[in-house]
Design a protein around this ligand. Sequence first.
Ligand code: FIX
Ligand code: ZN
Length: 409
Amino acid sequence: MAINVEQAVENAFKSHKIVDIHTHLYPASMGPMYLAGPDELITYHYLKAETSRNLPLSEVEGFNNLPTDQQADVVWKMLFVGGTSPISEAQLGVVTVMNALGLNPRADDLSEFRQLHNDMSAEDYTDLVFEKSGVAKVYMTNDPLDPSEGPFWQNGFDLDPRFQGVLRLDSALMNWPEPVDKLKAIGYEVETALNETTFREIRRYLNDWCGKLDARYMAISLPPDFEYPSDDTTSTLMKECVYPIARDRRIPSAMMVGVTRQVNPILKDGGDSLGSWDLRNLERIARDWPEVNFLMTILSREDQHELCVTARKFPNITPFGCWWFLNNPSIIQEITSERIELLGTSCVPQHSDARILDQLLYKWTHSIRTIAPVFVSKYSDLQNAGWPLTEQDIKNDIALMFGGGNLLD
Ligand code: FIX
Ligand code: ZN
């Protein structure tokens, strides 16, 4: 008996609570790390970059140095009130969020949004956003060396179980020996030299903090010229420390490759860009470390098909998400199609990369609006090929790919 595939896919997404495996979200109990509400949402660095394109060049630096609330007023005026229609993905996202909260997206200012947010406790706002977004859990981006975040983990705090830990390694490993003082300040006797003492102390740092965070995986973002093997310091530390600990602890090593940091520092957190990565490096990493599950997200659109093929060659590579500049409907559709065609269900189609809690209200509705039709097409092909498809089949697959669970195998 043929099923209504479109309805079945819609039901599967409606009945599944998403596990969002890469975000920069933190619970309200982490104080300044918790970002939510209109002023943070409107000053998301995507929107600041788009506003900067609409300002006179002479005003861009000043705008990017304004206090958040003043910046939000400028963004609102430039991109939503006085400008053309807000049809970029980041602009559309704000409209989706305001609609979900019952707010008027064509308001002249942010007063209504600010009032709604100020009238609610952070805990109630968090409950509202999780309820409306269909998200069950979010994986954080945790850096014990961050001066704002570290004290929370050192002193202890009440962690909302909807927020799960991920050990982020950029500040501990990159641009060596810059991390030496920060690591020594919290008790790891690393040395400037990349010697066995340093390797041993960094492995201790990884073990200690994967434990403290109950880390779902270890993550690092890497530039497009990251090479392996190489005597580059980051590559050496990945080989001597991260991959062995990932193997021994049986947790994934996530690599997010292709980011070129601060190509335009005037834009601050909006100043990063991208470049293509030579995936021969990934072949060598996956071959050398067959027991490590490599969660891979790569920033260049041009590398996506090759990532799928490389994942076919090495079962320990799991592509995840449509990262950053790829998180746009036209590219999400293309990437998801080629992943399903080449990898079936052995991938994690999406993550939100949300930085502000409110973004959960648009990043997933926008993604599922684009991803669901891909699954409708594939399941329709399956049913038309003669497979007696059931609704439960589709529910099981969606739960696997959007549930975080297969990462822990
Ligand atoms: O390295 C990362 O985790 C990136 O996602 C961020 O650095 C970036 O600013 C971002 O949030 C992109 O969406
Ligand atoms: Zn991120």
